[in-house]
Design a protein around this ligand. Structure first.
Ligand SMILES: *Cc1c(COP(=O)(O)O)cnc(C)c1O
Length: 396
């Protein structure tokens, strides 16, 4: 979802597009980021796993109740760590929704896995748990779920099926930090979960991520894989007197500069989530009547899900009307974006046998979904302009 491809969209009048006045996303700051970076510099350790990394780990472990939290350089890298930890081998199958970001499955394909794409529920746009069991084969080695928009997947049903077949579940929780399913935090259901701190997410440090581990058996090896295949973490804790190469691994630690930035963001949890909730709920309240009138679908949030307020999307009646609406908004200086292109129909997905019609809900949603501007500092006035521009749209 690059902004450059979005800005190529012509306006509805065919006139040159005005400058973007309301972006789709804007990275926001709590105010302590630079102070904490300065403190990290003053402390004299800028490489990973120093004071602020430990503070972020402790914060996430305590806030969520996970056994272990490890910062990573991205959610993509946390997913790669999951694939390594689960010993994914060539020709293993990994079940994943087609409606997700490429990294959800690419991290496993990198180990030689074959993706098994499953369609999504038409209401929450999460992996349809009613299709899960039929997708399992003797080669299935992992189920990777995505909590789209930070609205929980049907974890009771998913864990019941996975448990019956003894297949590990990984949660790609890039959207869902601090959201809950039946009162329990997302990221605490799978044997492990991954978070993103990319600047488009609710909490960020530009580029960053975390691996959350719930199943204790993976903790020690996760530390090794993250430290270039060495037992350096144990060495630093004084558990061994020298460190050496003990396993495969890579370099997945972010620097303290990023951890310091991120800590300032995590500390701002309450205010960040309150701002996003207010913006999300206003879209919902003020667009409800308009949506009914024009056959537009607004997000469904099941009552047992406390969501993360990560995305506000609308489902337009057709691809053509969605494209006209993007152009209409762009003509008023407002950037709105679509995603995801179905993975099973991508060049790579087709190599694994993906065909049109395999995931009909994904294919329809991908054509019709539009994400509206949503960032912490979106002003009331600017949000009012977005809503007014939507209501003035006539290109049905
Ligand atoms: C953003 C995102 C990722 C990738 O996150 P990075 O931190 O940029 O690697 C993975 N999965 C989903 C669902 C995402 O939205």
């Amino acid at each position: 979802m690059s902004s450059s491809s979005q800005s190529a969209v012509p306006t509805d009048s065919g006139a040159p597009a005005p400058p973007i006045q309301i972006p789709f996303n804007r990275p926001c700051f709590t105010g302590n980021e630079l102070r904490y970076i300065q403190e990290a510099v003053a402390r004299g350790q800028i490489s990973g796993d120093g004071h602020f990394s430990k503070a972020c780990h402790a914060y996430l472990e305590q806030a969520l109740g996970v056994r272990k939290a490890l910062l990573t350089t991205s959610c993509t890298h946390a997913l790669e760590m999951s694939a390594l930890l689960l010993n994914i081998q060539p020709d293993d199958e990994v079940i994943v929704p087609s409606f997700t970001f490429v990294s959800t499955i690419n991290a496993f394909v990198l180990r030689g896995a074959r993706p098994k794409f499953v369609d999504i529920r038409p209401d929450t746009l999460n992996l349809d748990e009613r299709l899960l069991e039929a997708a399992i084969t003797p080669r299935t080695r992992a189920i990777v779920v995505v909590h789209y928009g930070g609205v929980g997947c049907e974890m009771d049903a998913i864990l019941e099926i996975a448990g019956r077949y003894q297949i590990p579940v990984v949660e790609d929780n890039a959207h869902g930090l601090f959201a809950r399913y039946r009162g329990r935090y997302l990221g605490t259901f799978g044997c492990m979960a991954t978070q993103s701190f990319h600047e488009t997410k609710n909490f960020h440090c530009g580029e960053g991520g975390a691996l959350l581990i719930n199943d204790e058996q993976y903790i020690e090896r996760a530390e090794i894989i993250r430290e270039k295949g060495t037992n350096r973490s144990r060495f630093f804790r004084g558990q061994v007197d020298k460190y050496t190469w003990v396993d495969i691994g890579s370099s997945y630690l972010p620097s303290e500069v990023l951890a310091a930035f991120l800590y300032a963001q995590l500390e701002g949890r309450e205010s960040i989530q309150a701002k996003r909730q207010r913006i999300w709920q206003r879209y919902q309240a003020e667009l409800a009547g308009w949506a009914v009138e024009h056959g537009v679908t607004l997000p469904t949030i099941p009552p047992h899900c406390d969501q993360a307020y990560h995305v506000f999307y609308i489902l337009m009646p057709s691809l053509a009307s969605r494209q006209r609406l993007i152009a209409h908004l762009r003509g008023q200086g407002i950037l709105s974006v679509f995603h995801y292109l179905p993975l099973h129909l991508s060049d790579m997905g087709r190599k694994y046998g993906g065909q049109a019609g395999d995931c009909p809900v994904t294919e329809r949603v991908s054509d019709c979904l539009l994400r509206l501007p949503l960032y912490n500092d979106l002003t009331e006035a600017d949000q009012g302009r977005v809503i007014a521009a939507l209501c003035a749209f006539e290109g049905w």
